[in-house]
Design a protein around this ligand. Structure first.
Ligand code: CCH
Length: 286
């Protein structure tokens, strides 16, 4: 147990659970980043619903969305930390874990503010289907990310999180890592996206993705149709090229966009205190 509000103590314990030799490529980091993204990425700016506040993914209504398959692994990694630091909300823990993991994997420092609660406001619950479908193209990506209030540049920057981790057939239906070293944050994703010749492949489950293999690789690399849609799109494409050429620019833009993602749906006063979580009627606490 730590003193209430000692986020540094929580961050230190998050660092300790990142190394998971038995899991995937040995790191919990990528799936923790995805947990924070899926918690936040349900936001709709027009209706002010969804977002990380409330940590609704703990419950079937949101957690059962097929897009969230596999994210229970991330929540299980974090459970001992929640048990030790009981005062932190799940919503803060999930978002902080991503920020800590990104930094530990060599990524940029991302601005993070606490204050989310685990109060689930039924009127803010996102309907299913708010998260992107990797089988689609540029129009779909815009439809999903514009709803959250992101620009084309921010969409391309955020997509660079696919420098991390891998796809799992039993979770999403897709298979394989995007880059050879998916536990280090880098701009490799953009570089290989433009440099390599990606071939269409239909997996045994009928799912279409794109792959690349050569003799120096231990494993075939993979791209989603949505990933490659970024290269050919008139407005996304120039940002892919810029981030491929300039890692610092990518890190800077990624840090800003990811910080914005974690704040979707959260209103704060001048001191950074959240102003829209109190006095909500009709919800429930964890
Ligand atoms: Fe993603 N992502 N993502 N993604 N994603 C998957 C895995 C990760 C899409 C589809 C998929 C973002 C945007 C998109 C991560 C971070 C981000 C998988 C494989 C699919 C499919 C899941 C599995 O099988 O385990 C699509 C489509 C889009 C946009 O159009 C954004 C934005 C972020 C974060 C900023 C990370 C990290 C992973 C790896 C997870 C792991 O378990 O290794």
């Amino acid at each position: 147990m730590s003193k209430s509000g000692d986020f540094e103590a929580v961050a230190a314990d998050i660092r300790k659970i990142l190394h998971q030799p038995e899991y995937d490529d040995g790191s919990a980091g990528p799936v923790l980043v995805r947990l924070a993204w899926h918690a936040s990425g349900t936001y709709c700016s027009e209706t002010d619903t969804g977002g990380s506040n409330g940590a609704g993914m703990r419950y079937e209504a949101e957690g059962g969305d097929e897009a969230n398959a596999g994210l229970q692994h991330a929540r299980v990694f974090l459970e001992p930390i929640k048990e030790k630091h009981t005062w932190i909300s799940y919503a803060d823990l999930w978002t902080l874990a991503a920020v800590v993991a990104l930094k530990e994997m060599g990524g940029p420092q991302i601005k993070w503010l606490p204050g989310r609660t685990d109060f689930v406001d039924d009127s803010k619950l996102p309907p299913r289907g708010r998260l992107p479908d990797g089988a689609q193209g540029a129009d779909h990506i815009r439809f999903i990310f514009y709803r959250m209030g992101f620009t084309d540049q921010e969409i391309v920057a955020l997509s660079g999180a696919h420098n991390l981790g891998r796809m799992h057939m039993d979770r999403s239906g897709f298979h394989g890592p995007w880059v050879p070293n998916g536990t280090r944050f880098n701009n490799t994703y953009y570089r290989i996206m433009t440099e390599y010749e990606w071939k269409e492949k239909i997996l045994e489950n009928g799912v279409k993705q794109f792959v690349y293999m050569d003799e120096d690789l231990d494993e075939e690399l993979a791209m989603l149709p949505t990933d490659l849609a970024l290269v050919t799109d008139e407005s996304f494409g120039p940002w892919v090229k810029k981030y491929a050429a300039d890692k610092d620019l990518f890190f800077d833009h990624f840090a800003k966009a990811f910080g914005k993602l974690l704040e979707l749906g959260i209103q704060r006063d001048a001191n950074g205190n959240i102003t829209n979580t109190d006095n909500v009627k009709g919800g429930y606490h964890a």
